[in-house]
Design a protein around this ligand. Structure first.
Ligand code: NAP
Length: 443
């Protein structure tokens, strides 16, 4: 009797988990990878910036895992709506939850919910064509945009806003989104860090890319970049500081857009009455290592404020959750009897995509060691296919996903753009394999 495991979430953490299971099990395995969306790859499809094609090519690696005979993809199956944690426990020897970090962290300042104050998660989902954020969500009609945070997500959203639509034509950005980017009124981008250049979270490669944009001048202020000795800093941090300092002396080349990278400023209020009009900032200093306001304020005019201060996970029904760390409490991936966790849901939103590979391998080692201790296994009492059929839930199969992908390739040809152009909306995806009209819940 093969070992039966469900993996909830088909992003990198989920698929690396499936791969680790096939490699480490030492016995036949059957792995079902479930996703609430009709499409696999999670953040690789809906998080990695469209112009970062080399990172997106990780999908090619993940695809090979989904194509293993021991692995099955079941799209459009949502935990809490179509299946419960108890259903999964009855159908599998073990369940590994890998649903990542789907929402933004809150700033907790006045004005955060004004129209025009946007979570970076939503904005990223928008330009990546996520079915939950339709193309009409954003119209980029402000000349000034403030981006709070100096991590790699902030760099991504700044870069996408700074590029011309022509530069993004060959990417898989949905056509309706590209049309909106082409009409963008954005002229000035302000990217704001609450600490100094040496504390910024972005990586050197990503930072350098901002300085090489052909459509955007970049600037940093001397007094915010600092001029202290950098020799004791790590290579990565020193590199960031040196690049930022080199931008201080740059003469603007008259490019259509401008990026002003700011430091030592924390957001205290998003200003506006019916929609965002500006961002009030307070100058900061580090006192005993803590970010502390100095009582000196300034206002950056902005019709849109993008809050890019980190992602966080959401609780899953039937799975323990720590509301302080915003992760699932675990020991080396073990949550409880038959329940495991991997990826951002396990350790928080940190690291690069590849970090999830070793993270998933650790969880799988724990899982297999637990099963070895448990000894002889009884067959799980239920089968997921029967549970779903009884509820008239029709999962999207891997082959059907391939039809979605083929439709995206055909759209790119029809539009004379790149290799793929994303379909937006679940109905367009389902139409790609003739699903429209079948009974069952809307995906
Ligand atoms: P992040 O790296 O944690 O950066 C969050 C930023 O928000 C930091 O600058 C942080 O400043 C700031 N921040 C947090 N709370 C704040 C507050 N209350 N007020 C003002 N600023 C605040 O998060 P991320 O950018 O969302 O990235 C998540 C993960 O994805 C990271 O591991 C990242 O490297 C990865 N990623 C990688 C790529 C890539 O490789 N190209 C692309 C995108 C994302 P403090 O440091 O002061 O807290």
């Amino acid at each position: 009797m093969p070992l039966r495991v469900a993996v909830v979430g088909s992003g990198p953490a989920g698929i690396y988990t499936a791969e680790a299971l096939t490699k480490q099990a030492g016995e036949p395995v059957e792995i079902d990878v479930l996703d609430r969306l009709p499409t696999p790859y999670g953040l690789v499809r809906y998080g990695v910036a469209p112009d970062h094609t080399s990172i997106k090519s990780i999908a090619g690696y993940l695809r090979r895992v989904l194509e293993l005979p021991s692995v099955r993809f079941l799209g459009g199956v949502e935990l809490g709506r179509d299946v419960s944690a108890a259903d999964l426990a009855a159908c599998y020897d073990a369940v590994v939850y890998c649903t990542g970090a789907m929402v933004d962290r809150r700033l907790g300042i006045p004005g955060e919910d004004l129209p025009g104050s946007v979570a970076a998660t939503d904005f990223v989902n928008w330009y990546c064509g996520h079915p939950d954020v339709p193309p009409e969500t954003f119209s980029l009609d402000s000349t000034d945009v403030a981006v709070i945070g100096v991590g790699n997500v902030a760099v991504d959203v700044v870069r996408v806003l700074a590029r011309s639509a022509d530069e993004l034509r060959a990417t898989d950005v949905p056509q309706e989104v590209l049309d909106r980017l082409a009409k963008s009124q954005v002229r000035t981008l302000h990217m704001i860090g609450r600490r100094g250049p040496e504390h910024a979270k972005f990586t050197l490669k990503e930072l350098r890319e901002l300085g090489d944009l052909s459509n955007c001048d970049v600037s940093v202020r001397h007094d915010e970049a600092g001029d202290g000795d950098v020799s004791a800093l790590s290579r990565q941090v020193r590199g960031n500081v040196e690049v930022l300092r080199s931008w201080c002396g740059r003469t603007p080349a008259g490019r259509p857009r401008r990026l002003d990278v700011r430091f030592w400023l924390r957001p205290v209020e998003i200003l506006g009455t019916i929609r965002v009009e500006g961002l009030k900032l307070e100058r900061t200093a580090l006192v005993d290592g803590r970010v502390t306001g100095t009582g000196e304020f300034e206002v950056v005019p902005a019709g849109m404020v993008l809050r890019s201060v980190g992602y966080q996970s959401v609780p899953l029904p039937g799975v323990p959750f720590d509301g302080t760390t915003m992760t699932v409490p675990n020991v080396a991936g073990r949550v409880g009897e038959g329940q495991y966790v991997a990826g951002w849901l396990k350790r928080g939103p940190s690291g690069v995509i590849g970090t999830n590979k070793s993270d998933a391998a650790e969880t799988v080692r724990t899982l297999l060691a637990d099963l070895a201790v448990r000894g002889e296994r009884a067959a799980p009492p239920s089968r997921l296919d029967d549970v779903l059929a009884a509820r008239r839930v029709h999962p999207v199969t891997y082959e059907q996903w391939l039809s979605i992908e083929a439709a995206e390739a055909a759209l790119a040809v029809a539009l004379g753009r790149g290799e793929h152009v994303k379909l937006t909306g679940r109905s367009a995806m389902l139409a790609a394999f003739g699903r429209a009209g079948l009974p069952g819940p809307a995906l």
